[in-house]
Design a protein around this ligand. Structure first.
Ligand code: BGC
Length: 795
């Protein structure tokens, strides 16, 4: 379901190519290959760990690997072949005799991740734009904005000589503690799917590929390589697969990356149900599937499942596949099919087409696009008495508190991190915007942070997160002086996380004692002087806000906004940009209120001796007992209060949404919903129209409401209106009925609810679906091997 005007715009804009599945040309070329060449094609060239190794370095990889961590070897000849793009995550084998070059695949969702400095190129750097993280982009609810980011990002990918970017990442944010939530978009599949599709279209417009990941239900980092996700087929299809389905059907990504985890007993990369029956046969995917790095266990099963390319590729996989074909346990037809898909990807690639690249993307222009996008996804959570925008008279200063103000976080860690040339801190951003900042505080904080960082232990492995520097104790005399001299206070609270570990409740989801005491003391001192306090949240995932949110005057959720962080925050603080972001994920009151809290991250089935990074982890399982009741589907159905609901976000202006009109009150082919949005306030702004639907009572249980469409208005001047149209079809109303293996829209009365958050519905209207409609009949697939006692709403 899409807004009509977006549909038209998409048709005009979309010029991205799609890949032909096993084209005759590819099949013919595969027909000329030896078995060994075909197997080389379906197994990547191995990898070097990020860190000390570099392009020109032809030394033994093992010498440079992280201590205690051994990489499985690649084919013997591969290590000596220089990389085209040093620091890229992986490459495919070339077959020069057949004119097939090696492809370069690089991380990741928030920007090109390559080595920025190469010893043998002393006069050049290879820094990349750190775009705002996925969660922020989704909070813009603006598909054309995301497509424009994708377009600039794709150009940068192309300019660095890369063929496929390993993103966007689009797993559902099932639980606030998910370590990689920052890379992902939303708790809702519709938002995730449309935002991902926009990103894919934008990137692929440049003739380079994407890899939507991690397919699928990779919703935690704890034991990510070994966890068996036990989930019902309905929840899988309606929540976890849905976003991928939207992205595949809308934007045809060149590739899909299977995930590490198992689902209902089978590794995703070994699941024929997932990679062939669902992805290709049901959805019509025409591209290539690659594994996540070292994902899955059985190379032969992966080949059979339709996992065309094993990345980064090891000699063990190569040998296993070759042996299986030779001894007849793996049909050569399977390898022909998978190899042809790799060849088709190669044919499509810029490397094959010899598209020139400069290694000099326009980083300045991209930084401005990144900054603009960052401002569009920031969410104004609170703004008592119009504390923001902050106008400061008589050249007075802002007192800037919190370590993160001076040490801002552009994005998360792990493969979603980006080697950027700089990150603008908040003090710099505010200064650039013309504010004055108290110099004593700058001095005190920068000295303190430097001293504390010097004491920190070095990370023991690539993914290990350096502990956060504790907030310093703010002494009363200092606070009194600041409150007397400064015009207002801004406090930044920061959080980081990333690949390899999930977050914790204590001191991560919740604020630390020092953080709370800082907010409390600053608020007391400044409020005593009748001065405002603003809290900026520089976080990648959801935190607890309920216990302290009534203290400050305003709270701006800045997420992790990329390399222009401080400038982008200052744009919103100053009112240069009116915030229009909305939450794409619920902020609960307490962690325990989350429907998945008692089933996250599941349980280990054997004791875990190895607490560091490990390739395989210990056998573990997690049961998705909340079923489809993820995020707002749970909070609205089970009447659980939230701190900030899904879809929520304030503006410096106000809007109304009326009238709401339906094209009919009985649905035949479709119903067109029209709503007019008017800016009733005093400054220009944008609003997000959210269309939820409440379905009639059904024997399978339905959420109280589900998002079925959304659109962001253009910038509306005070008094200006715009009318937005959405077309709904029976397929948009359908739920998955497992015992009929079908998507079914029940007959009955439906309520359309239009508003600017899941909890702030401004208009409603009803229509009837006279008869049940089976919108799609499929096969039961990925069926759980055990009954799941799923949460059900009371009748
Ligand atoms: C991550 C992927 C990433 C790959 C290559 C894996 O560890 O899960 O998201 O694309 O590494 O760096």
């Amino acid at each position: 379901m899409k807004p009509l005007y977006i549909l038209t715009a998409l048709a005009l804009l979309y010029s991205g190519q799609t890949i032909l599945a096993q084209s005759p040309k590819a099949k013919q070329l595969v027909g000329q290959m030896t078995l060994e060449q075909k197997v080389e094609l379906v197994v990547g060239m191995g990898m070097r760990l990020p860190g000390p190794t570099a392009a020109s370095d032809k030394k033994d990889t093992a010498k440079h690997a992280t201590p205690g961590f051994q990489l499985p070897p690649s084919l013997p000849q591969d290590a000596s072949i220089p990389e085209k793009v040093p620091g890229a995550a992986g490459r495919t084998h070339a077959i020069p005799s057949l004119g097939l070059p090696s492809l370069t695949l690089s991380d990741g969702p928030a920007g090109v991740r390559i080595n920025p400095i190469l010893p043998d190129h002393p006069n050049q750097t290879y820094y990349a734009t750190a775009w705002p993280v996925g969660t922020l982009l989704a909070s813009s609810w603006d598909t054309s904005l995301v497509q424009s980011v994708g377009k600039a990002f794709g150009r940068e990918i192309q300019q660095y000589g890369i063929d496929v970017i390993l993103g966007p990442a689009m797993n559902i944010q099932r639980n606030p503690l998910g370590g990689r939530n920052f890379e992902y978009y939303s708790e809702d599949p519709l938002v995730s799917g449309h935002i991902a599709a926009a990103m894919v279209r934008g990137v692929q417009q440049n003739g380079v590929g994407t890899s939507i990941k991690h397919f699928v239900a990779n919703n935690q980092e704890t034991n990510r390589n070994s966890v068996n996700t036990i989930v019902s087929e309905r929840a899988l299809r309606e929540i976890y697969l849905k976003g991928f389905e939207i992205a595949v059907k809308e934007a045809q990504p060149w590739t899909v990356m299977s995930s590490y985890n198992l689902i209902n007993g089978t590794y995703t990369s070994e699941s024929h149900d997932l990679l062939t029956d669902i992805l290709r046969n049901e959805w019509g995917f025409k591209g290539l599937v690659m594994t996540d790095w070292f994902g899955g266990k059985d190379a032969v099963a992966q080949m059979k499942a339709g996992n065309d390319l094993l990345m980064p590729g090891t000699i063990l996989q190569y040998n296993a596949i070759l042996t299986a074909v030779k001894n007849g346990t793996l049909s050569e037809d399977v390898i022909n099919r998978n190899a042809a898909r790799v060849v088709d990807l190669i044919f499509e690639s810029p490397t094959y087409k010899k598209i020139p690249y400069t290694d000099k993307p326009d980083l300045k222009a991209n930084a401005q696009i990144s900054r603009k996008a960052a401002t569009e996804g920031m969410v104004l959570l609170q703004n008592n008495n119009n504390a923001l925008p902050l106008t400061i008279k008589n050249n007075k200063q802002i007192a800037l508190f919190g370590n993160t103000s001076y040490d801002i976080i552009a994005g998360g860690t792990g493969s979603g991190d980006v080697n950027k040339a700089y990150t603008i801190s908040l003090d710099k951003g505010l200064l650039n915007a013309g504010y004055s900042i108290d110099k004593n505080l700058i001095e005190a904080y920068t000295t303190y942070i430097a001293e504390e960082k010097a004491k920190q232990p070095k990370p023991r492995f690539f993914f290990e997160l350096v502990p956060r520097v504790k907030e310093m104790n703010l002494e009363e005399p200092l606070l009194q002086t600041e409150a007397q001299n400064a015009a207002a206070a801004i406090i930044t609270i920061g959080r980081n996380a990333g690949e390899g570990a999930d977050r914790k409740v204590e001191n991560d989801f919740t604020l630390s004692t020092e953080e709370k005491s800082m907010i409390q003391k600053v608020c007391e001192a400044f409020h005593a002087q009748n001065k405002k306090v603003i809290v900026v949240l520089n976080i990648g995932g959801v935190i607890e806000t309920d216990s302290w949110r009534s203290w400050p005057d305003a709270i701006l959720l800045a997420w992790q906004p990329g390399l222009e962080a401080g400038n982008a925050i200052a744009d919103v603080v100053s009112g240069k940009v009116n915030p229009s972001g909305k939450l794409a994920v619920t902020f609960p009151i307490r962690y325990e209120d989350e429907p998945s809290a008692k089933n996250f991250p599941g349980k280990e089935l054997e004791p875990n001796e190895h607490k560091g990074f490990s390739l395989f982890g210990v056998p573990a399982e997690v049961i998705y007992e909340e079923g489809i009741y993820v995020g707002y589907r749970y909070f609205t159905t089970f009447h659980v209060n939230t701190a900030y609901p899904f879809g929520y976000g304030l503006s410096y202006t106000q809007f109304n949404m009326k009238p709401l009109q339906l094209s009919a009150n009985v649905m035949k082919q479709n119903i067109v919903v029209k709503v007019t949005v008017t800016n009733t306030g005093k400054v220009a702004g944008k609003e997000v129209v959210q269309l939820y639907v409440s379905a009639p009572h059904s024997k399978i249980g339905k959420p109280a409401e589900e998002l079925k469409a959304f659109a962001k208005t253009p910038l509306l001047q005070p008094g200006q209106s715009t009318t937005i149209s959405f077309a709904l079809t029976p397929a948009d109303l359908a739920s998955f009925v497992t015992d009929q293996a079908a998507w079914i829209a029940d007959a009955g009365n439906y309520t359309i609810k239009v508003g600017n958050s899941s909890a702030n519905i401004l208009q409603t209207a009803t229509f009837q679906l006279p008869q049940q409609v089976i919108t799609e009949k499929v096969k039961n697939l990925m069926v759980p091997q055990q009954p799941i006692h799923e949460l059900q709403p009371a009748d």
